[in-house]
Ligand binder design. Structure first.
Ligand SMILES: [Zn+2]
Ligand SMILES: [Zn+2]
Length: 149
């Protein structure tokens, strides 16, 4: 896949990255409806997973640890959401999930996954069908294995 280039709303931050076709959303876009993402973006956080090692970031990115397991970053000049990244160890640990809205050409990617679907407000929905996961399903996937299992 080719590298995509994105810019925040004010243009101070530039990010280039290659979508990871092996990620949970298979090289497409993922949407998260969790409460933190909704507070952050006013709706769903729509992102694509970047291939490891393919990401370059220039400009005033401000990183904030927003939970025990993940960070979110935004432009310190204009506040545009830049990425979500799992900081805990695990299959997604360290991988950038980049804000698709920064990348004009990310609009060519299909929306292939919606997570925290049970937290989505009833008043709106994305058109079409795709894989969805509830909060419980997602946490079950990332929970540490039971002792002895
Ligand atoms: Zn900015
Ligand atoms: Zn979320």
């Amino acid at each position: 896949m080719t590298k995509l280039t994105g810019k925040c709303m004010c243009g101070a931050v530039t990010i280039t990255a290659e979508p990871d076709t092996g990620g949970m959303s298979g090289g497409g876009l993922g949407a998260c409806h969790c409460g933190m993402c909704r507070a952050w973006t006013s709706s769903a956080f729509v992102e694509f997973a970047a291939k490891r090692g393919s990401v370059t970031i220039e400009g005033p990115a401000k990183v904030r640890q927003t939970s025990e397991w993940a960070e979110r970053a935004f432009c310190s000049e204009c506040g545009s959401p830049l990425w979500y990244r799992v900081t805990a160890e695990g299959p997604e640990g360290g991988q950038y999930q980049l804000s698709a809205g920064l990348f004009e050409n990310a609009g060519d990617l299909d929306l292939t996954l919606e997570v925290f679907i049970d937290k989505k407000p009833a008043g709106y929905a994305f058109a079409g069908d795709r894989k969805t996961m509830t909060e419980a399903e997602l946490f079950a996937m990332f929970a540490p294995p039971e002792e002895g299992a």
